[in-house]
Design a protein around this ligand. Structure first.
Ligand SMILES: Cc1cc2nc3c(=O)[nH]c(=O)nc-3n(C[C@H](O)[C@H](O)[C@H](O)COP(=O)(O)O)c2cc1C
Ligand code: SF4
Ligand code: SF4
Length: 268
Protein backbone atom coordinates (compact mmCIF):
# COMPACT_ATOMS: atom_id res chain seq x y z
CA UNK A 1 0.00 0.00 0.00
CA UNK A 2 1.27 3.43 -0.82
CA UNK A 3 -0.96 6.06 0.83
CA UNK A 4 -1.08 9.40 -1.01
CA UNK A 5 -0.07 11.50 2.01
CA UNK A 6 1.19 11.01 5.56
CA UNK A 7 -0.51 13.31 8.07
CA UNK A 8 -0.04 13.85 11.81
CA UNK A 9 -2.83 14.90 14.14
CA UNK A 10 -2.37 15.24 17.88
CA UNK A 11 -3.46 16.82 21.16
CA UNK A 12 -0.42 17.33 23.40
CA UNK A 13 -0.43 19.99 26.15
CA UNK A 14 3.03 19.08 27.51
CA UNK A 15 4.44 17.89 24.14
CA UNK A 16 5.31 14.26 24.98
CA UNK A 17 2.68 12.90 22.55
CA UNK A 18 3.93 15.28 19.88
CA UNK A 19 7.54 14.08 20.36
CA UNK A 20 6.56 10.41 20.06
CA UNK A 21 4.32 10.86 17.04
CA UNK A 22 7.02 12.80 15.16
CA UNK A 23 9.61 10.10 15.87
CA UNK A 24 7.27 7.36 14.64
CA UNK A 25 6.74 9.40 11.48
CA UNK A 26 10.53 9.62 11.01
CA UNK A 27 10.73 5.83 11.22
CA UNK A 28 8.01 5.46 8.57
CA UNK A 29 10.26 7.62 6.44
CA UNK A 30 7.70 9.34 4.21
CA UNK A 31 7.41 13.09 3.85
CA UNK A 32 4.83 14.47 6.26
CA UNK A 33 2.18 16.40 4.30
CA UNK A 34 0.51 18.02 7.30
CA UNK A 35 0.94 18.15 11.08
CA UNK A 36 -2.25 19.32 12.77
CA UNK A 37 -1.69 20.20 16.43
CA UNK A 38 -5.16 20.40 17.98
CA UNK A 39 -3.88 21.42 21.41
CA UNK A 40 -4.76 25.07 20.82
CA UNK A 41 -8.45 25.89 21.29
CA UNK A 42 -8.47 28.09 18.16
CA UNK A 43 -7.49 25.05 16.05
CA UNK A 44 -10.09 22.78 17.66
CA UNK A 45 -12.74 25.38 16.82
CA UNK A 46 -12.02 24.97 13.10
CA UNK A 47 -13.81 22.18 11.28
CA UNK A 48 -12.09 18.79 11.42
CA UNK A 49 -10.24 17.61 8.29
CA UNK A 50 -11.25 15.05 5.70
CA UNK A 51 -8.72 12.43 4.54
CA UNK A 52 -8.92 10.36 1.37
CA UNK A 53 -6.58 7.35 0.84
CA UNK A 54 -4.05 8.78 3.33
CA UNK A 55 -1.99 7.51 6.25
CA UNK A 56 -2.86 9.44 9.42
CA UNK A 57 -0.99 9.21 12.74
CA UNK A 58 -3.38 10.22 15.52
CA UNK A 59 -2.15 10.81 19.08
CA UNK A 60 -3.35 11.92 22.50
CA UNK A 61 -2.34 11.59 26.13
CA UNK A 62 -4.17 9.35 28.58
CA UNK A 63 -6.30 11.18 31.13
CA UNK A 64 -7.85 8.94 33.81
CA UNK A 65 -7.44 5.85 31.62
CA UNK A 66 -9.37 7.50 28.78
CA UNK A 67 -8.80 10.09 26.06
CA UNK A 68 -9.01 13.76 27.08
CA UNK A 69 -12.57 14.84 26.22
CA UNK A 70 -11.42 17.75 24.02
CA UNK A 71 -9.31 15.40 21.91
CA UNK A 72 -11.98 12.69 21.69
CA UNK A 73 -14.67 15.20 20.64
CA UNK A 74 -12.42 16.56 17.88
CA UNK A 75 -11.36 13.11 16.61
CA UNK A 76 -15.03 12.07 16.33
CA UNK A 77 -15.61 14.83 13.76
CA UNK A 78 -12.86 13.67 11.33
CA UNK A 79 -14.13 12.25 8.06
CA UNK A 80 -12.28 9.78 5.87
CA UNK A 81 -12.56 7.20 3.14
CA UNK A 82 -9.92 4.59 2.45
CA UNK A 83 -7.39 6.02 4.93
CA UNK A 84 -5.16 4.04 7.27
CA UNK A 85 -4.61 5.14 10.87
CA UNK A 86 -1.73 4.71 13.30
CA UNK A 87 -3.12 5.25 16.81
CA UNK A 88 -0.91 6.46 19.64
CA UNK A 89 -1.62 7.13 23.29
CA UNK A 90 0.98 8.44 25.72
CA UNK A 91 0.62 7.88 29.46
CA UNK A 92 2.49 8.83 32.61
CA UNK A 93 3.76 5.39 33.68
CA UNK A 94 0.59 4.43 35.60
CA UNK A 95 -1.79 2.69 33.09
CA UNK A 96 -3.43 3.48 29.77
CA UNK A 97 -6.51 1.34 30.50
CA UNK A 98 -9.25 2.03 27.88
CA UNK A 99 -7.66 5.00 26.10
CA UNK A 100 -6.25 3.05 23.14
CA UNK A 101 -9.41 1.05 22.49
CA UNK A 102 -11.41 4.28 22.75
CA UNK A 103 -9.13 5.83 20.11
CA UNK A 104 -9.44 2.75 17.90
CA UNK A 105 -13.24 2.73 18.13
CA UNK A 106 -13.45 6.45 17.32
CA UNK A 107 -11.08 5.98 14.35
CA UNK A 108 -13.16 3.08 13.00
CA UNK A 109 -16.38 5.07 13.39
CA UNK A 110 -14.75 7.84 11.31
CA UNK A 111 -14.01 5.29 8.58
CA UNK A 112 -10.27 4.66 9.20
CA UNK A 113 -8.66 1.25 8.87
CA UNK A 114 -6.45 0.99 12.00
CA UNK A 115 -3.08 -0.29 10.77
CA UNK A 116 -1.02 -0.02 13.95
CA UNK A 117 -1.31 1.24 17.52
CA UNK A 118 0.93 1.98 20.46
CA UNK A 119 1.02 3.11 24.06
CA UNK A 120 4.17 5.06 24.92
CA UNK A 121 5.25 6.64 28.20
CA UNK A 122 5.73 10.37 28.76
CA UNK A 123 6.66 12.41 31.81
CA UNK A 124 3.53 12.66 33.93
CA UNK A 125 1.83 16.05 33.78
CA UNK A 126 1.91 16.19 37.61
CA UNK A 127 5.62 15.30 37.80
CA UNK A 128 8.05 17.87 39.22
CA UNK A 129 11.31 18.00 41.15
CA UNK A 130 9.52 17.17 44.41
CA UNK A 131 7.48 14.23 43.08
CA UNK A 132 9.08 12.75 39.99
CA UNK A 133 6.90 10.51 37.77
CA UNK A 134 8.45 9.19 34.55
CA UNK A 135 10.62 12.31 34.58
CA UNK A 136 12.18 13.28 31.22
CA UNK A 137 10.36 10.61 29.24
CA UNK A 138 10.24 9.98 26.37
CA UNK A 139 14.00 9.45 26.65
CA UNK A 140 16.55 8.13 24.14
CA UNK A 141 15.38 4.53 24.59
CA UNK A 142 11.73 5.50 24.05
CA UNK A 143 12.61 7.45 20.92
CA UNK A 144 14.56 4.50 19.51
CA UNK A 145 11.48 2.35 20.07
CA UNK A 146 9.26 4.94 18.41
CA UNK A 147 11.56 5.08 15.38
CA UNK A 148 11.74 1.26 15.19
CA UNK A 149 7.93 1.08 15.39
CA UNK A 150 7.77 3.49 12.45
CA UNK A 151 10.03 1.17 10.46
CA UNK A 152 7.75 -1.79 11.26
CA UNK A 153 4.81 0.24 9.95
CA UNK A 154 6.76 0.98 6.76
CA UNK A 155 7.40 -2.77 6.28
CA UNK A 156 3.75 -3.57 6.92
CA UNK A 157 2.68 -1.04 4.29
CA UNK A 158 4.92 -2.88 1.82
CA UNK A 159 3.27 -6.25 2.56
CA UNK A 160 -0.32 -5.35 1.67
CA UNK A 161 -1.68 -4.17 -1.68
CA UNK A 162 -5.21 -3.29 -0.59
CA UNK A 163 -6.34 -1.78 2.75
CA UNK A 164 -9.38 -4.06 2.61
CA UNK A 165 -7.02 -7.08 3.03
CA UNK A 166 -6.09 -5.89 6.52
CA UNK A 167 -7.74 -7.06 9.73
CA UNK A 168 -7.81 -3.96 12.00
CA UNK A 169 -5.14 -3.97 14.70
CA UNK A 170 -6.11 -5.55 18.04
CA UNK A 171 -5.52 -3.35 21.11
CA UNK A 172 -5.98 -3.90 24.86
CA UNK A 173 -8.85 -2.28 26.73
CA UNK A 174 -12.49 -2.82 27.61
CA UNK A 175 -15.85 -1.64 26.37
CA UNK A 176 -17.89 -0.21 28.09
CA UNK A 177 -14.95 2.03 28.95
CA UNK A 178 -14.00 2.87 32.52
CA UNK A 179 -15.93 5.91 33.67
CA UNK A 180 -14.11 9.22 33.09
CA UNK A 181 -13.46 10.84 36.50
CA UNK A 182 -14.05 14.56 37.05
CA UNK A 183 -11.08 16.06 38.93
CA UNK A 184 -12.61 19.49 39.41
CA UNK A 185 -13.44 22.32 39.25
CA UNK A 186 -10.62 22.80 41.70
CA UNK A 187 -8.06 25.48 42.48
CA UNK A 188 -4.73 23.63 42.24
CA UNK A 189 -2.20 26.24 41.04
CA UNK A 190 -0.35 28.84 43.09
CA UNK A 191 1.45 31.69 41.32
CA UNK A 192 4.46 33.03 43.23
CA UNK A 193 5.91 36.53 43.28
CA UNK A 194 8.48 35.37 40.69
CA UNK A 195 5.80 35.83 37.99
CA UNK A 196 6.83 38.67 35.67
CA UNK A 197 3.56 38.62 33.70
CA UNK A 198 5.31 37.45 30.51
CA UNK A 199 2.12 35.68 29.35
CA UNK A 200 3.84 32.46 28.19
CA UNK A 201 1.45 30.40 30.33
CA UNK A 202 -1.53 32.01 28.59
CA UNK A 203 -0.23 30.89 25.19
CA UNK A 204 0.55 27.40 26.51
CA UNK A 205 -2.93 26.79 27.92
CA UNK A 206 -5.07 24.54 25.71
CA UNK A 207 -8.30 25.77 27.30
CA UNK A 208 -7.86 29.56 27.47
CA UNK A 209 -8.17 29.05 31.21
CA UNK A 210 -5.76 31.78 32.34
CA UNK A 211 -7.13 35.29 32.61
CA UNK A 212 -5.42 37.45 29.98
CA UNK A 213 -5.54 40.48 32.23
CA UNK A 214 -4.37 38.66 35.37
CA UNK A 215 -1.93 35.74 34.96
CA UNK A 216 -2.43 34.96 38.65
CA UNK A 217 -6.03 33.93 37.99
CA UNK A 218 -6.93 30.48 36.62
CA UNK A 219 -10.48 30.02 35.35
CA UNK A 220 -11.13 26.85 37.32
CA UNK A 221 -14.25 25.67 35.49
CA UNK A 222 -12.26 25.47 32.21
CA UNK A 223 -8.99 24.00 33.52
CA UNK A 224 -8.23 20.36 32.58
CA UNK A 225 -5.20 20.01 34.94
CA UNK A 226 -2.86 19.42 31.99
CA UNK A 227 -0.03 21.40 33.68
CA UNK A 228 1.10 22.88 30.35
CA UNK A 229 1.20 26.32 31.98
CA UNK A 230 3.28 25.06 34.91
CA UNK A 231 5.82 23.35 32.65
CA UNK A 232 6.00 26.32 30.25
CA UNK A 233 6.66 28.99 32.89
CA UNK A 234 10.27 30.21 32.53
CA UNK A 235 10.29 31.59 36.09
CA UNK A 236 8.92 28.39 37.69
CA UNK A 237 6.35 30.74 39.16
CA UNK A 238 3.38 28.39 38.68
CA UNK A 239 3.32 25.53 41.16
CA UNK A 240 0.90 22.79 42.23
CA UNK A 241 -0.48 23.93 45.58
CA UNK A 242 -1.05 21.70 48.60
CA UNK A 243 -4.23 19.71 47.97
CA UNK A 244 -5.61 16.70 46.05
CA UNK A 245 -3.45 17.08 42.89
CA UNK A 246 -0.25 17.37 44.93
CA UNK A 247 -1.36 14.34 46.98
CA UNK A 248 -1.97 12.44 43.72
CA UNK A 249 1.51 13.40 42.43
CA UNK A 250 3.05 12.06 45.67
CA UNK A 251 1.03 8.83 45.43
CA UNK A 252 1.98 8.31 41.78
CA UNK A 253 5.67 8.95 42.44
CA UNK A 254 5.62 6.40 45.27
CA UNK A 255 3.53 3.71 43.57
CA UNK A 256 4.53 3.96 39.89
CA UNK A 257 8.28 4.40 40.16
CA UNK A 258 9.00 1.15 38.27
CA UNK A 259 9.75 1.96 34.65
CA UNK A 260 7.15 0.75 32.14
CA UNK A 261 8.02 0.15 28.50
CA UNK A 262 6.12 1.13 25.34
CA UNK A 263 3.73 -1.43 23.84
CA UNK A 264 3.18 -1.62 20.09
CA UNK A 265 0.56 -3.46 18.03
CA UNK A 266 0.39 -4.18 14.28
CA UNK A 267 -2.53 -5.28 12.10
CA UNK A 268 -2.36 -8.81 10.73
C1 LIG B 1 -5.86 15.03 34.10
C2 LIG B 1 -4.78 14.03 33.84
C3 LIG B 1 -5.05 12.67 33.95
C4 LIG B 1 -4.03 11.74 33.68
N1 LIG B 1 -4.32 10.41 33.78
C5 LIG B 1 -3.35 9.49 33.55
C6 LIG B 1 -3.64 8.09 33.65
O1 LIG B 1 -4.76 7.66 33.84
N2 LIG B 1 -2.60 7.22 33.51
C7 LIG B 1 -1.31 7.64 33.31
O2 LIG B 1 -0.40 6.82 33.27
N3 LIG B 1 -1.02 8.97 33.11
C8 LIG B 1 -2.02 9.90 33.23
N4 LIG B 1 -1.75 11.23 33.05
C9 LIG B 1 -0.41 11.64 32.59
C10 LIG B 1 -0.36 11.91 31.06
O3 LIG B 1 -0.99 10.88 30.34
C11 LIG B 1 1.11 12.00 30.61
O4 LIG B 1 1.78 12.94 31.37
C12 LIG B 1 1.28 12.32 29.15
O5 LIG B 1 2.64 12.12 28.82
C13 LIG B 1 0.89 13.77 28.80
O6 LIG B 1 0.92 13.95 27.40
P1 LIG B 1 1.28 15.35 26.69
O7 LIG B 1 2.72 15.64 27.06
O8 LIG B 1 1.16 15.03 25.24
O9 LIG B 1 0.35 16.37 27.20
C14 LIG B 1 -2.74 12.18 33.30
C15 LIG B 1 -2.49 13.56 33.16
C16 LIG B 1 -3.51 14.46 33.42
C17 LIG B 1 -3.22 15.93 33.25
S1 SF4 C 1 4.62 32.03 32.37
FE1 SF4 C 1 5.15 32.25 34.52
S2 SF4 C 1 6.15 34.24 34.67
FE2 SF4 C 1 5.07 34.22 32.71
S3 SF4 C 1 3.03 35.11 33.16
FE3 SF4 C 1 2.83 32.90 33.40
S4 SF4 C 1 3.18 32.53 35.59
FE4 SF4 C 1 3.98 34.57 35.15
S1 SF4 D 1 -4.66 26.61 33.43
FE1 SF4 D 1 -5.30 24.47 33.54
S2 SF4 D 1 -5.84 23.93 31.43
FE2 SF4 D 1 -4.62 25.80 31.32
S3 SF4 D 1 -2.53 25.07 31.01
FE3 SF4 D 1 -2.81 25.36 33.20
S4 SF4 D 1 -3.40 23.33 33.96
FE4 SF4 D 1 -3.71 23.33 31.71
Amino acid sequence: MNPEHTNLLYFSPTSTTQTIIKEIAKGIGKNVSSALDITKPEIRNLSAPEFVDDLVLIGAPVYGGRLPKDAADYFKAIKTSGSLAVLIVVYGNREFEDALIELKNIAMDCGFIPLAAAAFIGEHSFSNNEFSIAMNRPDKKDLEKAFAFGKQIKNLLGQFKNPADLAPVDVPGNFPYKEGKQLGPLSFIDVTDDCDSCGICITACPKNAIDETDTYATIEKDCIFCCACIKACPQQARIIKTGPIKDKAKWLSENYALRKEPQTFLAG
